[in-house]
Design a protein around this ligand. Sequence first.
Ligand code: ATP
Ligand code: MG
Length: 407
Amino acid sequence: MNEVLLEKEQVSINALKVLSRLSEHGYQAYLVGGSVRDILLNQTPKDFDVATDAHPEDVHELFRNSRMIGRRFKIVHVRFGRDIIEVATFRASKNIEETDQTERGLLLSDNDYGSFEEDVFRRDFTINALYYSPDTHKVTDLVDGQADIDAKIIRLIGEPESRYREDPVRMLRAIRFKTKLGFSIDPNSEQPMFKLGYLLQDVSPARLFEELLKLFMSGQANVVFDELLAYDIFGWLFPDAKRAMNQYPAKNLIREALLSTDRRIEQDLPVTPAFVYAALLWYPFVDEKRRLEQEGASHPDASNEAAANVIAKQLLFTSIPRRFSTPMREIWNLQFRLPNRKKAKALVGHKRFRAAYDFLLLRELAGEKLDNLGAWWTKYQEDNPTERQPTKPRRRRWPRRTQEKPS
Ligand code: ATP
Ligand code: MG
């Protein structure tokens, strides 16, 4: 067993409060996961996760400011203002024969509690399985996670293929940590990813949406896109978008939208998944609209029906909450109104004008020939600077949602 020291100052006060209260009540309590990993990498942790032998009900009882969440695996959120400490109970190791699994190996329910050692081996990657105890100031490392951090390697704990089958989201997590940390995936952990993308079909669309949000809003969405394509995973998440790449400049448009999202995050400007999803599904939408028009439907009916069809199909794979699908449809609809230059003044006042104009520019960048409409609108706005409604500056806020957690 390796032990590493960690400076208490680097741990959030709130996390320390949770740890010490648990330990005062006789429970084991450790900081674990991304926070320990990030501190060891000299980075500021995004959030703090705690692992304990206290059951969720007991944790909830100890903290007035807490609530129990999750179905597949119950965890407790202890809230300090905007700061949330996530407390999970040690998980039991799985006797695969006896557990609730689908034919492809997916774990369906996971509420058996276990010991510290068992919990360690249920974690996904070695770099995420380091446990810090504030009592001893020591990091306990049963899986050589520190060595992998030093070598910048993402390595699954246990037999990779069955760990992906248990929870295919681990493939997306591997990609996320690879891009976020600039690590490489150990070949044994990497090899199965090339052929197991289809397993993502078994994961709930809501969970995939949450995971994709982290990937696309990471500031490195463009790199993530390449990874999803390289591992042959993209098509299992966005089948229509993948297919559209054969016939339309879909890949260019998605790339431009992701690059623009990355640039805006870099500049601390607001970003919305609605824009990214509008780009992902634009050509499937155009294609469906064309098909409906060939069947005799005309605009705007064809447009509305095409949007409804394409979104309904995507929802079978990843959910898109209405607060994003509504603006996404508005961006699409405006594409058919922007060529109407005579109505420029009214259009500029539309609340989705800016996004629709940005989207138009991306379509041109992607290779669509639109009679220099983008340049026309750029000039129009320069010539009429007062027409645009000032938009309220908005903070970028992603509500932390109930996450279904590990298996
Ligand atoms: P981030 O920096 O994004 O918070 P993280 O590693 O802390 O990264 P979380 O989603 O917060 O990721 O999860 C906390 C910890 O729970 C992980 O570090 C890992 O130990 C464990 N974990 C999370 N998801 C899984 C999973 N799908 N399978 C196994 N273990 C998981
Ligand atoms: Mg975390």
